[in-house]
Design a protein around this ligand. Structure first.
Ligand code: FES
Ligand code: FES
Length: 149
């Protein structure tokens, strides 16, 4: 039994220590906002924050996250208020099918926390998530807007 800090709560996860965090979040803890895309750290659909760093949870074993602060898409809004990136996503109609978008939002939120005024090069370097609907242009526009908000 592992005790995890997820979205500010202490949660118990009964899973094999080798289980990737993605599956612990989805199957054990019921936090299904984090998506499975590729399982090999390529697509970014499974991105969460671990101690503030955008991390592909399909490659992180449960055994390595005890004591670390995990934030998922379900934990971004505070007191019912969307964060700047979430609001910009709505304002710019970014999502199409939506499947990749929680990972995109987690990556973008971590980027703005680290670099409040990112350059286009910073955005390109941070946003390596794959979107089969091709929302890349809208993603970049929303990040630029959120940086100005
Ligand atoms: S599911 Fe983790 S990067 Fe694709
Ligand atoms: S919005 Fe459909 S995969 Fe990105």
């Amino acid at each position: 039994m592992a005790v995890l800090n997820v979205n500010g709560k202490s949660l118990q996860a009964n899973a094999d220590p080798r289980t990737p965090l993605l599956w612990v979040l989805r199957d054990t803890l019921g936090l299904t906002g984090t998506k499975y895309g590729c399982g090999i750290a390529q697509c970014g659909a499974c991105t969460v924050h671990i101690d503030g760093v955008a991390t592909r949870s399909c490659q992180v074993p449960l055994s390595s996250v005890g004591g670390k602060k995990i934030v998922t898409i379900e934990g971004l809004a505070e007191d019912g208020q969307l964060n700047k990136i979430q609001q910009a996503w709505l304002d710019h109609d970014v999502p199409q099918c939506g499947y990749c978008q929680s990972g995109m939002i987690m990556a973008a939120t971590a980027l703005l926390a680290a670099k409040p005024q990112p350059t286009d090069a910073d955005i390109d370097a941070a946003m390596t998530n794959i979107c089969r609907c091709g929302t890349y242009k809208q993603v970049r526009e929303a990040i630029r807007a959120a940086a100005k908000a």
